[in-house]
Write a protein that binds this ligand. Sequence first.
Ligand SMILES: CC(C)(COP(=O)(O)OP(=O)(O)OC[C@H]1O[C@@H](n2cnc3c(N)ncnc32)[C@H](O)[C@@H]1OP(=O)(O)O)[C@@H](O)C(=O)NCCC(=O)NCCS
Length: 257
Amino acid sequence: MLGVADMSDLAFGIGVQILSEESILHVYLACTVNFAREMCDCGARAFENDALDHALFPRHLRTLENENPIHEFRVERLKQRLLNPAWRYVLATHDSGHGHARVVGYAGWVVPRQVNEQEHGKDENSTGNHVKPEAGTEDAAIFPPGMDVEVFKHTMEIIERTRKELLGDNENNVWNLCSLAVDPEFQGRSIASNLVTWGLERADKDHVPAYLESTPAAVRVYTRLGFKELKKLHVLKDNKSHNLTVMLRTPDRIAET
Ligand SMILES: CC(C)(COP(=O)(O)OP(=O)(O)OC[C@H]1O[C@@H](n2cnc3c(N)ncnc32)[C@H](O)[C@@H]1OP(=O)(O)O)[C@@H](O)C(=O)NCCC(=O)NCCS
């Protein structure tokens, strides 16, 4: 049923759903950078109407010349995450039977520091920051032309401050969902729910909470999966109605160890 040869690079399948007689959905643990470009294409389609994405990459800064660097910036950032043991990506692909399995969704988690250290050893040079920033918020030069760096800094500052405020010493002791996207063509088929559930099962097993900042589009999905709202964040100065919802799901007590 696998549509592409390099599927064998993936660690293991975690589920299969039949969508119709001709098409199959696979949900896999991604452990290779080979899918970075297709994942970014999928993400671009999913976030096409997202207000924060528009603010980070505003139309007035976008030109034909910088369209490609923006995409390359995203692909490189994703490759770094896929190679970073603190990150776990789960991927959904769709096989329409024409020899190519297309990426139709993904979820990116940062695992609790303790879990990462147990599996990959302790980093003696650790600065205390579990996941090193991929791009310093001061280092505007490495951001692509077309990005509004002020919006990026402002948003990250609010998100990081809130995480410290709400989680305190447990800041790195959560399964943190940092990224979720499903291709619009495939939305409403429980793909996101399946991708998120993969991480929630691990959080339950580790007896730690799951934490995230939700776009307006995803709040109902997370609520159905047991997340509760902690706080609303207004990250866009010129858009008072848009907010991110900070959500937490406590571990399921009956999860097996
Ligand atoms: C938010 C997002 C990830 C949801 O993906 P999805 O795969 O459509 O999510 P699901 O299918 O699991 O659930 C979506 C809805 O479909 C419904 N649904 C799922 N399977 C269904 C089925 N078989 N039949 C009918 N409805 C179904 C769910 O009940 C849910 O409804 P609700 O939102 O009214 O509660 C997707 O819309 C997206 O990528 N949005 C843009 C990017 C974004 O905001 N990402 C979140 C970052 S925090």
